[in-house]
Design a protein around this ligand. Structure first.
Ligand SMILES: [Zn+2]
Length: 63
């Protein structure tokens, strides 16, 4: 039996990952998902993540 690994590109780190979650049409790997959860809203990183996430929302509106 052939094992199928469905690799997807994470929109946060741009790496190909097998495990993660889907947000609308985009894919976020577990590591980045964990990062998002652990990032405080006051941190600069958080603003960057929000920017990336808003990109997803825009693309889902278009599709
Ligand atoms: Zn990632």
């Amino acid at each position: 039996m052939k094992k199928l690994y469905n690799k997807k590109t994470c929109i946060i780190c741009d790496k190909e990952k097998v495990e993660g979650m889907h947000v609308y049409t985009a894919f976020i790997c577990w590591e980045c998902e964990r990062d998002i959860v652990q990032t405080e809203p006051e941190e600069e990183e958080y603003a960057d993540l929000v920017k990336k996430l808003s990109k997803i929302r825009k693309s889902s509106v278009l599709s």
